[in-house]
Design a protein around this ligand. Structure first.
Ligand code: ADP
Length: 434
């Protein structure tokens, strides 16, 4: 990818250039991070790192780089980059909810109430200050409930607080609503006020949420892959609604929990998804857990569909999303947030290995090396969840979604047989098989 030099020159991709790319025996990449992804890229056979302004084939950039450079960059046909241009439509807290509300309305109008109700997986949310009056109306309807205030564009639990009285918002409006650097300016930082899930599912008295990885390789048509591994992130302190100001009880972010005075780095605060699935199955039985995981699939598919017409589809782009899902005591999944740059910093050796496998498999799906046929339903630990329609595990093609014989091609929290699966990929000359 070269900066600006060739902007406006997109159509003129010469035959010669394409042949050069095909004949190139190595893949030139740039990586904007110094964590797991850098390790994975460095160890990948046939890949070489290039400097900032050199031509490249693959770019694992951060969203800051994308905002500054995407519009001035020319990308050859084969180049891949790890974000869509307006990735924030799904990953900024206010925009995610705006898109979901609009999509639900469209479904209600065009398909009916039953389909629209499938979008009821996000807590009641208002953007502040713009929807303050709507929020107050809702607040007064249920004056006893607990709400959570979250800045729309921050992460790792920063700036979040819980409240039960409007007065707390007044105080926030007066002096809490500006970032440090904005204090002198008229600009106010946007927040969402969201209904707090007061009955989270507890294990050992503790609250947790799920981190799940979904890879979108195209928006038009929508092609989305679900990773088998993931984890549950526990809070360090037993859940209670009596002390709403205690972050260690209410926020499950690892960045928050690891600062708790009694945090034990050996024990950590994570369970692998397989362990959680086994625990829930032992407690509730396979059928109920199967239903829960179908409902979680529904969260992914409907949230992606809600932005399908909004995200600028571009064949150069892919996105590895980190979904945050909370379960309540009725085993209902709630979508809390979608992250465009899920943390790749490992919290333990096991976490490091999981993230390396996740990233290796992401590269397998993106397929710079040309090893796939395009008909795969599984690549490494990724299962194809949606391919312009639901993907069935069976191969007959007769099953349709909703029919009793339809079994979806997703395996979240099931055994990850990635190594075995990767053995079936085409081995390129000079490459060792996986
Ligand atoms: P951040 O981007 O700062 O991580 P999140 O929206 O993911 O913000 O919220 C941080 C944590 O707060 C979540 O991981 C979850 O534990 C808790 N949380 C957020 N929203 C809710 C909610 N509506 N109900 C209950 N807990 C919530």
């Amino acid at each position: 990818m070269s900066k600006n030099k060739t902007a406006g020159y997109r159509g003129h991709h010469s035959y010669q250039k394409r042949k050069e790319a095909e004949a190139r025996s190595f893949i030139r990449y740039r990586c904007g991070f110094t964590n797991t992804i850098q390790d994975v890229l460095r160890q990948r056979p046939g890949w070489v790192e290039v400097k900032e302004d050199e031509e490249l084939d693959f770019n694992w950039c951060d969203v800051g780089w994308l905002r500054e450079n995407f519009d001035h960059s020319y990308m050859e046909e084969h180049v891949r980059i790890c974000h869509f241009r307006n990735y924030y439509e799904l990953t900024r807290k206010n925009l995610m909810v705006k898109n979901l509300k609009r999509y639900r309305k469209t479904l209600e109008r065009e398909v009916g109430h039953v389909e629209a109700a499938k979008c009821d997986f996000f807590p009641c949310t208002f953007e502040l200050p713009s929807e303050y009056h709507l929020f107050v109306e809702e607040f007064k309807r249920n004056p006893k409930s607990t709400w959570i205030m979250k800045p729309v564009a921050r992460s790792q639990g920063k700036g979040i607080f819980l409240f039960r009285k409007l007065k707390d918002i007044m105080d926030w409006k007066k002096d809490g609503s500006r970032l440090e650097e904005q204090r002198d300016e008229a600009q106010v930082e946007s927040y969402v006020a969201q209904r707090y899930i007061e009955n989270p599912y507890l294990i050992g008295g503790r609250k947790f949420d799920l981190r799940v990885y979904v890879l979108v390789s195209s928006y038009l048509p929508l092609k989305a892959w679900l990773y088998r591994d993931g984890f549950a992130r526990f809070s360090n302190t037993r859940f209670s609604l009596s002390s709403i100001e205690d972050q260690y009880i209410h926020l499950t972010n690892v960045a928050v929990q690891k600062t708790a005075p009694d945090y034990d780095p050996e024990r950590g605060c994570k369970w692998p998804m397989q362990q959680l699935r086994r625990y829930l199955t032992a407690k509730h039985g396979a059928h109920e857990v199967e239903t829960l995981f179908r409902d979680i699939d529904n969260v992914f598919v409907h949230s992606l569909q809600s932005v399908q017409k909004v995200i600028i589809n571009d064949k150069h782009c892919f996105e590895l999303y980190g979904y945050d899902i909370l379960l309540d005591q009725d085993l209902k999944p709630w979508l809390i947030e979608v992250n465009a740059s899920p943390s790749l910093t490992p919290s333990s050796q096991q976490d490091y290995e999981m993230k390396c496998h996740l990233l290796e498999d992401t590269l397998h799906v993106v397929d710079m090396e040309g090893r796939l046929t395009g008909r795969e339903k599984q690549v490494g630990g990724f299962d194809l969840m949606w391919n312009d329609g639901p993907v069935s595990r069976e191969n007959s093609g007769l099953e349709t979604l909703g029919s009793s014989c339809f079994s979806p091609n997703t395996n979240l929290g099931c055994f990850n047989d990635r190594e075995n699966q990767l053995r079936h990929l085409k081995v390129l000359p000079g490459q060792k098989s996986a």
